[in-house]
Design a protein around this ligand. Structure first.
Ligand code: C2E
Ligand code: CA
Ligand code: CA
Ligand code: CA
Length: 277
């Protein structure tokens, strides 16, 4: 009989070996996914809290493996970021957005597509030119795009200010994403030229719970107002949360209450349905 401790030790080593192999294999797998164009996008509505109208959608990337399995971005975006694959990934996402939505944006100048931009994109040369070129191809305007950048992405304040200024002058809208979860916060908000502030889901979750963090959302809202930023609340799941946010003067909401991520074909179908109603 093998002593239980030894067996557990062997199992643990095997598990660690397996994870280590997975860790090594993943960057290759992500690189292959890019080469084989296995990424696709889903689009989640962003809703005007006062009227219920859709002001736009956020593009969210997914990876369909050859096996048919769908991998969510939280699993592969960090790997792409660590392995300098993210710039290529963002370009593919932009091209996808262009192909999925170009025909629609041409006819709907006020519809917004939120695109997640990683730290490295923001700092990579040619990023702004590629954006402009892609938009030209899709017959859309810069104002159709909201570039969502996390605080983490703005670590170098000089570059951040330059790039954000250049993008703003070209007419792109800029959002600070996951607000309240990063390191930098206030100093950046003042120096950057922003249009939107996305309040992170963790603060929306806390609304009405009486938890210490439930007070934070009120502070964020007051600050965004002082800075003249429009707000988008993330992860709105209940009517109580939506009511609270509306009463506090938050303009936009995104979350399962309004719609899960879906194909762009489905987005267009819903928009047409609402236009008829
Ligand atoms: P994010 O930018 O904060 O995007 C919102 C995430 O919250 C999405 O997860 C969305 O499906 C989820 N969500 C939306 N409403 C609700 C809700 O009511 N309840 C809950 N529990 N969740 C909700 P997803 O699609 O898994 O994306 C995760 C993250 O991956 C995104 O967070 C973003 O940081 C990153 N990501 C997604 N697509 C891209 C991309 O194209 N490029 C880059 N660089 N990052 C991306
Ligand atoms: Ca986002
Ligand atoms: Ca976010
Ligand atoms: Ca978030």
């Amino acid at each position: 009989l093998v002593p239980a401790g030894l067996a557990a030790g062997v199992m643990l080593s095997l598990a660690i070996l397996y994870l280590a192999r997975l860790q090594m294999a993943l960057p290759y797998a992500v690189k292959n996914a890019l080469r084989r164009h296995e990424l696709f996008l889903e689009y989640q509505p962003v809703v005007d809290l006062a009227t219920g109208a859709w002001m736009g959608v956020e593009a969210l990337v997914r990876w369909r493996r050859p096996t048919g399995e769908i991998v969510m971005p939280d699993l592969f975006i960090p790997i792409a970021e660590q392995n300098a694959l993210i710039v290529r990934l963002t370009r593919q996402v932009l091209d996808r957005v262009c192909r999925d939505t170009g025909f629609y944006l041409e006819m709907h100048p006020d519809f917004h597509i939120g695109i997640n931009v990683a730290p490295a994109d923001f700092h990579s040369p040619g990023f702004v030119e590629h954006l402009e070129e892609t938009l030209g191809r899709m017959g859309a305007r810069p104002s159709n795009l909201i570039l969502e950048v996390t605080e983490r992405g703005l670590l170098d304040p000089v570059v951040a200010r330059q790039t954000s200024g250049a993008l703003r002058r070209l007419g792109f809208a800029l959002a600070i994403d996951d607000f309240g979860t990063g390191y930098s916060s206030l100093s950046y908000l003042e120096s950057l030229e922003l249009d939107f502030l996305k309040i992170d889901r963790s603060f929306i979750e806390a609304i009405g719970t009486g938890a210490p963090t439930s007070q934070v959302v009120g502070h964020i809202i007051r600050m965004a107002k002082d800075l003249g930023l429009r707000m988008i609340a993330e992860g709105v799941e209940s009517h109580a949360q939506a009511d609270f946010l509306r009463a506090q003067g938050v303009q936009y909401g995104q979350g399962w209450l309004f719609g899960r991520p879906m194909s762009f074909v489905e987005v267009v179908r819903r928009m047409e349905e609402m236009a008829r109603a």
